[in-house]
Design a protein around this ligand. Structure first.
Ligand SMILES: Nc1ncnc2c1ncn2[C@@H]1O[C@H](COP(=O)(O)OP(=O)(O)O)[C@@H](O)[C@H]1O
Ligand SMILES: [Mg+2]
Length: 614
C-alpha cells in the first residue's frame, strides 16, 4: 500500500514532533534529577560532617579495640542514625565494617569488606566520596556519601558513610514524569490536529489535480482544474489545464480530419485500399468492398493477398512495396468479368501499421466495353459499306471491260449497280438516323398518340409487301386503349421496322399478328399503366442465345439471309433506341410453335401532363 502525500506529510510531522518531545522530556527529567541529587547531596554532606564530628572521639586517634568500645560505637551510630535520618556505616581504613546502623551489633563483624565501595575509595583518596546504586543490604537505590575521619595532620583511620534512600526522589520524579507525559500527550494531540488540517490544505489541491489528471487520461477533456493558489501547485494546475486544452483541440482536429477523410473515402466511386509495409490492409472504402464483395470487418488488418485473391494484383502490390514506385495496371475479375484499373502509389510509412502503399481501383468495365463497341462498329460499318462498293466497282469494271457493248448485260449490270447504290444509301440513312437518335440531336415530339391509328397506318403501308408473300397480316387493337405520349412518326417507324422484319423473316404464307393491350399500373411503374404491343410471326424465329443481341447494331442472326433480303442490320437498333427514348422497353421471345414475338411496352400518357412538355 502506498501512502498519499497527505499522510506522508502528516505522519512525518507527527514523527518529528514526537521525537522532539521525547528528547525534551528526557533532557528535562535528567536535569531535574541532577538538581535534586545535588540538593540531597548537599544536605547529606552537612549531616555527614556533623556525624563525623560526633564520632571522632570514638575513632581517633585509634579505632575501638575492645568489644565494649565496639559496642559503644555501634550504639552511638544507631543513635546518630536516628537523629540524622540516614543510614550510617563506619568503615575501617582496611574496609572492615566497624559499625552499621541497619545491622544488629553482633552481625557487624560478619559483614563483607567495604574496601572496594566506590564512595569509600574515593573518600580515602580525595577526602569525599559519593555514589548512587542499589544497596545490597536494603535493596533500594541509595545515595552514599563518605568522609574520611582523621585527627588533624594524621592519615585517616576510618571512613564515615551516610546513605539515604532515593525513594522520595523517585516518587517526585515519577510525578514530574506523569505531568510531562500529560503535557506532551496534549501537545501531541494538538500537533496531530494541526498537521492534519495543515496537510489537508496543502495536499487537497494536489489530490484534486491527481483526480483530474486521471480523468484527462481517460479522455474526459471537458473539465478543468480550479485552484486559487498561485504557488507551484497553481502553476502545475494551469499547465495541466493548458495541456488539456491543447489535447482537446488536437483531438478535435484529428477527428474532424478523420471524419472528412472518411466522408471522402465513403463517397468515392473508386475503390481505395491502404496497406502497411507488410502488406496488411489498414483501410478500405465501401466502393472497394462492393467491387470485391468484402466486408470491412473481415478484411481489416489481414494481408491483402488473403483479402483479394488475384495473381496479377499480387504481383503489382509486391512490386510497389519493394520498389516504392508508382505503378499502374489493369486486372479482370474472374466471375463478373469486370475490368479494374489500379493505380498503386507508395506512401511514406516504413513500419507496420503505417500507410505504405495506397491502391486506387477504377472500374473501367463500361469504358472498355464502349471502346470495344466503338471498334466493332467501325469495323462493321467498313465491312457493310465495302460489300456493295466492291460489287459496284466490279460491275463498273466489267462494263468498262466491254460489257457496255452488250446491251442486255449492260442493263443487268447497271440495275445491279443501282440496287447496290440504293443499299449503300439505305445503310447510310439508317446510320445517320441512329447516330442522330443516339446523340440526342433529334428532339422527339411529345404528343398523345393513339395506338390504333398508328397500327392502321403501318398496316396500310406494309400490306402490299405482306400480300406479295401470301402472308395473312392481322391486327387486334382495342379502340378504347388509352393514348401514348410521344412522337407519332418515330413510333410508326418502330412498328414498321418490326412488321417489316416479320414479313421478311417469315417464309411465304405465314401469319403475322399485331396485338395490343393495356396493363394496369404496378408499384414503381408508370402511374397510368403500360401499353403492350406485340408483333408475332410464324417465321424462322431467332435462336435463344441471339435474342438479346439482335438489337445491337449490325447484329444479324442469319447474315446471309438478312443481306439477301436487303437488311442493314440496323433496324432493331433503331427500334430499341426509339422505344427507350419513350421510356419503354423492347425484347423478343419465341412464338409458339414457330416464329418470333417482339414485345414493346410503353408508358401510358399521364392524364395530367407535366408542364414544360409540348
Ligand atoms: N421477325 C423476325 N424473325 C426472325 N429473325 C428476325 C426477326 N426480326 C429480326 N430478326 C433477326 O434479327 C436481325 C436484326 O434485325 P434488324 O436489325 O431489323 O436487321 P435486318 O432486318 O436489316 O437484318 C435480323 O438480321 C434477323 O436475323
Ligand atoms: Mg429489319
Amino acid at each position: 500500500m502506498t501512502l498519499s502525500i497527505r499522510w506522508k506529510v502528516a505522519l512525518g510531522m507527527l514523527l518529528g514532533v514526537t521525537l522532539g518531545l521525547a528528547v525534551a522530556g528526557w533532557v528535562l527529567i535528567r536535569s531535574f534529577e541532577r538538581l535534586e541529587i545535588a540538593r540531597i547531596t548537599e544536605t547529606l554532606d552537612a549531616r555527614s560532617r556533623l556525624v563525623s564530628f560526633s564520632l571522632e572521639p570514638l575513632l581517633a586517634p585509634s579505632l575501638p579495640s575492645t568489644p565494649e568500645q565496639t559496642k559503644a560505637l555501634q550504639a552511638r551510630v544507631l543513635d546518630l542514625s536516628r537523629h540524622a535520618q540516614a543510614r550510617i556505616t563506619v568503615i575501617g581504613r582496611d574496609g572492615r565494617v566497624l559499625a552499621e546502623s541497619t545491622a544488629p551489633g553482633e552481625t557487624v563483624p560478619l559483614l563483607e569488606s567495604h574496601a572496594t565501595r566506590p564512595e569509600v575509595t574515593q573518600a580515602l583518596e580525595t577526602g569525599r566520596g559519593t555514589d548512587i546504586r542499589l544497596s545490597k543490604t536494603t535493596g533500594q537505590r541509595m545515595l552514599y556519601l563518605a568522609l574520611p575521619l582523621s585527627e588533624t595532620g594524621s592519615p585517616p583511620t576510618a571512613v564515615v558513610r551516610l546513605a539515604v534512600p532515593l525513594t522520595e526522589l523517585e516518587t517526585r520524579l515519577g510525578d514530574v514524569q506523569r505531568d510531562l507525559f500529560l503535557a506532551f500527550g496534549l501537545a501531541f494531540l494538538i500537533s496531530a490536529l494541526v498537521s492534519a488540517l495543515l496537510t489537508k490544505g496543502l495536499t487537497q489541491p494536489l489530490t484534486d489535480m491527481a483526480a483530474m489528471a486521471r480523468r484527462f487520461a481517460e479522455g474526459a477533456l471537458d473539465q478543468r482544474i480550479r485552484t486559487a493558489t498561485r504557488d507551484e501547485v497553481g502553476v502545475l494546475a494551469d499547465t495541466l489545464n493548458q495541456m488539456a486544452d491543447q489535447l482537446d483541440a488536437k483531438i478535435r482536429e484529428v477527428s474532424d480530419e478523420r471524419a472528412q477523410l472518411l466522408a471522402i473515402l465513403t463517397s468515392m466511386v473508386e475503390g481505395v485500399m491502404v496497406l502497411d509495409v507488410k502488406g496488411r490492409v489498414l483501410l478500405l472504402n465501401p466502393a472497394l468492398e462492393r467491387m470485391f464483395a468484402l466486408r470491412d470487418a473481415e478484411a481489416r488488418s489481414r494481408p491483402y493477398w488473403e483479402v483479394v485473391r488475384h495473381h496479377e494484383l499480387n504481383e503489382l502490390v509486391t512490386r510497389v512495396l519493394e520498389t516504392r514506385q508508382q505503378l499502374g495496371g489493369e486486372i479482370t475479375l474472374a466471375p463478373s468479368g469486370r475490368t479494374l484499373r489500379i493505380e498503386a502509389s507508395p506512401a511514406g510509412g516504413q513500419r507496420e501499421n503505417e500507410a505504405c502503399a495506397v491502391l486506387v481501383f477504377h472500374d473501367v468495365t463500361a469504358l472498355r466495353r464502349l471502346e470495344k463497341v466503338r471498334k466493332d462498329f467501325v469495323a462493321n460499318v467498313s465491312h457493310e459499306l465495302r460489300t456493295p462498293l466492291t460489287s459496284i466497282k466490279g460491275y463498273v469494271e466489267a462494263l468498262l471491260d466491254g460489257a457496255k457493248d452488250h446491251p442486255t448485260d449492260a442493263v443487268r449490270f447497271l440495275e445491279i449497280i443501282l440496287k447496290q447504290a440504293d443499299r449503300l444509301n439505305l445503310i447510310l440513312d439508317d446510320l445517320l438516323q441512329l447516330s442522330q437518335i443516339e446523340s440526342g440531336e433529334v428532339l422527339f415530339k411529345r404528343e398523345p398518340v393513339r395506338l390504333r391509328d398508328l397500327v392502321d397506318r403501318t398496316l396500310a403501308s406494309l400490306k402490299p409487301l405482306a400480300d406479295k408473300k401470301g402472308h395473312s397480316l392481322t391486327a387486334a387493337v382495342p379502340a378504347e386503349l388509352p393514348p401514348l405520349m410521344g412522337d407519332e412518326d418515330r413510333l410508326a417507324q418502330v412498328l414498321s421496322n418490326l412488321v417489316d422484319n416479320a414479313v421478311k423473316y417469315t417464309p411465304e404464307r405465314g401469319t403475322i399478328t399485331i396485338s395490343a393491350r393495356h396493363l394496369p399500373p404496378t408499384p414503381g411503374g408508370p402511374a397510368d399503366g403500360t401499353l403492350e404491343l406485340i408483333v408475332a410471326d410464324t417465321g424462322v424465329g431467332i435462336p435463344e442465345p441471339d435474342r438479346p443481341r439482335v438489337f445491337e447494331r449490325f447484329y444479324r442472326a442469319d447474315k446471309a439471309r438478312s443481306r439477301e433480303l436487303g437488311g442493314t442490320g440496323l433496324g432493331l437498333a433503331i427500334v430499341k433506341h426509339i422505344v427507350e427514348s419513350h421510356g419503354g422497353r423492347v425484347w423478343v421471345e419465341g412464338n409458339q410453335p414457330v416464329g418470333s414475338r417482339f414485345i414493346v411496352r410503353l408508358p401510358v400518357a399521364q392524364k395530367t401532363i407535366p408542364s414544360g412538355l409540348s
